[in-house]
Design a protein around this ligand. Structure first.
Ligand code: ATP
Ligand code: MG
Length: 443
C-alpha cells in the first residue's frame, strides 16, 4: 500500500477539542471521524487496529470453548419487560418505535436476548454448560459521551454468556473467562488487573473489572501493587487449577471505588504497597445466578426437577481497547506511538528518501514490499516527496513498530531496519522477514 493512495487523513497539529492523548492521536492520524455526539466512523487505520483486536479477542474466546453467534443490534422490548429492565435501565437505553408502533430498542447488552435464545432450545441439563459469545455494536445513550471512542454512545463489544446447572459449575465457567481475559490482555501487551467490582445494573454477587492503569481513566481503584507482579503459567482448563488461579489474584486487595473500604484497605495492605489511582475498564465479568433465568423462566430438567440455569456474562470493550492501548503506549511528549505487533495497522513501514527525478529508492521500496508481502507481512510505503525527517515524524505518530529506512544508511542489500524506540541496525530483507515473522508467530 502506498501512503499517497491511502485514506489516512493526517492533521498537522493536535486537535484542540480532544482532551486525552488517545483521542488526540486517533484524530491526528485519521483513525476515526466523529459523525455525531458519541458516534464515530472508523477510517482505515483505526478500523484495521480494531479488527486485529477483535481477532485476538475471538481467538481467546474460541480457545476456552466459547461458541460464536451473532445477535442483532435491535431487540424487542418484550423480553426486557420480562426481566424488569425495561423500566430499570433508565435513559441510557435507546428506545425506538417501528412503523407498527411496536416498542423496540438498540441493545446496550444482551442478557435478555441470550436468555430467550437459550430457553427456546435447551431443555436438558445434559447439554450444559453452554458458553456463547458475540461481537456486536452496542448503543448506550451516555449522559456525557467523551474522550472519543473511550466513552461513546455506539461502541463495539464482545459479550459472552454462560449457562450452568449449579454454582460450582458456574464458577468453573467464570474462571475460564478469568483466565481467558488475562491471556487476551497480555497478547495486547496490556497489564490489565482483575479488580473486585460492584455488579451494578446487571445484578448479582461476583464480579471483576479488568483495569489498566492510566491517569486519564475514569475508574478509581485501590490495590496492593504487588498484584502487578503476579505471573501465571499457561493454566489448563481444569476446575481446580483455575480456582487456584483466581485465588492467587484475590489474595491481594484490589477493588474499584464502589467496593472500597478504607479500614479493610489499611488492614490488608502494608503502607508501602498501597496504591490508589485511576484506570480504564477494558473488560468486566459477572456471575449473577438466576437473576434473568428465573423471571424469564429459563430452566432445565435435572433428575426430575426443574432448575433455573445459573448465568454469568462477560464483556470486553473491543473499540475502547483501541484507545486504551494508545493511553498505555503513546508517549505524547515525544509524540511517539508504538503499536503492539498483534494489533498494529501494518507490520512494517518502508520509508524511502525520495529526491525529485530519482526513483531508485522508491523502486527499491516496491521490490522489498513485494518480498515482504509474499511472506504475509503487511506493508505500507511512504511514496511522498516530503523531507525525510517529516516522514519519520509522521511514522512515529502512526506507530507501526518496524521501519525500513531507505536513506543514506541503507547500503545495497543491507537495509536500515529500525524498531521504534530502539537503535537501528543493518539487515538483509531475509533477516528482516525472519525477525518480524518470528515475533508475529510468538503472539
Ligand atoms: P463503564 O463503567 O466504563 O461505564 P460499564 O461497566 O457500564 O462500563 P459493561 O456493561 O461492563 O460496561 O460493558 C463491558 C465493556 O464495554 C466495558 O468493560 C467497557 O470496556 C466497554 N464499554 C462500556 N461502556 C462503554 C462506552 N460508553 N464506550 C465504549 N466502551 C464502553
Ligand atoms: Mg462494567
Amino acid at each position: 500500500m502506498f501512503i499517497s493512495k491511502s485514506f489516512i487523513p493526517i492533521l498537522k497539529n493536535n486537535p484542540t477539542e480532544a482532551k486525552i492523548k488517545s483521542h488526540q492521536l486517533m484524530l491526528r492520524v485519521g483513525m476515526i471521524k466523529q459523525s455525531s455526539a458519541g458516534i464515530y466512523s472508523w477510517l482505515p487505520l483505526g478500523f484495521k487496529v480494531m479488527k486485529k483486536i477483535e481477532r485476538v479477542v475471538r481467538e481467546e474466546q474460541d480457545r476456552i470453548g466459547v461458541q460464536e453467534i451473532l445477535m442483532p443490534t435491535i431487540q424487542s422490548s418484550e423480553i426486557w419487560k420480562e426481566s424488569g429492565r425495561y423500566k430499570d435501565y433508565g435513559e441510557e437505553l435507546l428506545r425506538i418505535k417501528d412503523r407498527q408502533g411496536r416498542e423496540i430498542l438498540y441493545g446496550p447488552t444482551n442478557e435478555e436476548l441470550i436468555t430467550d435464545i437459550f430457553r427456546s432450545s435447551i431443555k436438558s441439563y445434559k447439554t450444559l454448560p453452554q458458553l456463547l459469545y458475540h461481537i456486536q455494536w452496542k448503543f448506550r445513550d451516555e449522559l456525557r459521551p467523551r474522550f472519543g471512542i473511550m466513552r461513546c454512545r455506539e461502541f463495539y463489544m464482545k459479550d459472552a454468556y454462560s449457562f450452568d446447572i449449579n454454582d460450582e459449575e458456574a464458577f468453573f465457567s467464570y474462571n475460564k473467562f478469568f483466565l481467558s481475559y488475562l491471556k487476551t490482555f497480555k497478547r495486547l501487551e496490556l497489564s490489565a488487573i482483575p479488580m473486585a467490582a460492584d455488579t451494578g445494573p446487571i445484578g448479582g454477587n461476583l464480579s471483576h473489572e479488568f483495569i489498566i492503569l492510566a491517569e486519564t481513566g475514569e475508574s478509581k481503584i485501590y490495590t496492593d501493587k504487588r498484584i502487578f507482579d503476579l505471573k501465571y503459567d499457561d493454566e489448563v482448563l481444569e476446575k481446580n487449577s483455575l480456582k487456584k488461579l483466581r485465588e492467587k489474584y484475590e489474595k491481594f486487595y484490589a477493588v474499584t471505588d464502589e467496593k472500597f473500604d478504607q479500614k479493610e484497605f489499611d488492614k490488608n495492605v502494608s503502607k508501602e504497597n498501597r496504591l490508589s489511582t485511576k484506570g480504564i475498564e477494558v473488560g468486566h465479568i459477572f456471575y449473577f445466578g438466576d437473576k434473568y433465568s428465573k423471571p424469564m423462566n429459563a430452566a432445565v430438567d435435572h433428575q426430575g426437577k426443574k432448575e433455573y440455569v445459573k448465568m454469568g456474562s462477560y464483556g470486553i470493550g473491543v473499540s475502547r481497547l483501541v484507545g486504551a492501548i494508545i493511553e498505555a503506549k503513546y508517549n505524547d511528549k515525544e509524540e511517539i506511538m508504538k503499536w503492539p505487533i498483534s494489533v498494529s495497522p501494518y507490520d512494517i513501514a518502508i520509508i524511502p528518501l525520495i529526491n525529485k527525478n530519482d526513483s531508485t529508492n522508491l523502486d527499491k521500496a516496491v521490490s522489498i514490499c513485494k518480498a515482504l508481502n509474499e511472506k504475509n507481512l503487511d506493508v505500507i510505503i511512504d511514496d511522498t516527496e516530503e523531507n525525510f525527517s517529516s516522514k519519520l515524524k509522521k511514522f512515529n505518530l502512526i506507530g507501526i513498530p518496524y521501519q525500513i529506512l531507505l536513506g543514506k544508511k541503507s547500503e545495497g542489500d543491507l537495509l536500515e531496519f529500525k524498531e521504534i524506540g530502539k537503535e537501528s541496525q543493518n539487515l538483509s530483507v531475509k533477516q528482516i522477514i525472519d525477525l518480524v515473522t518470528k515475533i508475529k508467530n510468538k503472539i
